[in-house]
Design a protein around this ligand. Sequence first.
Ligand code: CAA
Length: 263
Amino acid sequence: MDYKNIVLTVDEGIANITFNRPKALNAINGVLLKEFEHALEAIAENEDIRVLILTGSGEKAFVAGADIKELSTYNALQAKLFSRRGQSVIGKLQSLSIPVIAAVNGFALGGGSEIALACDFIYASKNAKFGLPEINLGIIPGFGGTQRLPRLIGKNRAKEMILTGKMISADEAFSYGMVNKVCSDEALLADVKTVADEIAAKGKVSVRAAKEAVNRGLEADLQTGCDIECDAFALCLASEDAKEGTTAFIEKRKAVFKGCLTG
Ligand code: CAA
């Protein structure tokens, strides 16, 4: 597919998707959503990719939400289909087996915050702003924001953000536990790349298993979560990565993981 609204690059096992409609602050229209979905499917099939980074093009925005001009033309049925499609694409993002890091470099509003919330963690530039401002448009979040935000920052803070539509700064988002690190505007991408490289150098089996155990466990009761962990732990220990990791420790050297998925 020839992408016009996103840029996909892959370099040494790190994929990067840049939302690329800077004149509209990278707002999500139907075509962008289709391209994003296509890129996620391509990434899911590429075993060489170890980590995905998402960011926005230009200096102002990560993603300023769904394209309001397009939204304003929808009837109820089209709105429902758009919401379902967005939820499904963001579901695909969340269920990627590899870690996904959001590098939020400006406005992450509406659908933009909803994309970031589905990532494994968020680094934000000092100038980043988060919000679910849909209430100001007479609508509500439609790409999972009413569900993922309260799960991440708690019900009452999420309700305050959703009901007032107010934006919060990167520092506030950090204090809410929504953002892992606030970086200077200039350092954001380098800081994200550093942590992505660090994760990419770990064992492929254990990185995927850890992500899956956390995600699936959070949707289950504690005992079921511990059962998921137990199975994943056993699977990891039978992998080549575990053989290398434990041997390297005993031989007092740094582990060199081959990154294969075989046991
Ligand atoms: N959709 C379409 N175009 C958008 C947009 C959006 N979500 N956000 C910004 N733009 C466009 C503006 O229309 C403007 O285009 P023109 O130059 O052609 O007029 C351009 O981007 C620059 O924007 P501003 O001039 O408004 O820039 P600003 O710095 O003054 O303000 C802003 C920035 C505060 C982010 C403001 O643009 C804004 O409030 N945007 C809308 C944010 C929003 O409401 N997002 C939620 C959308 S609904 C949603 O996302 C539903 C869902 O759950 C999926």
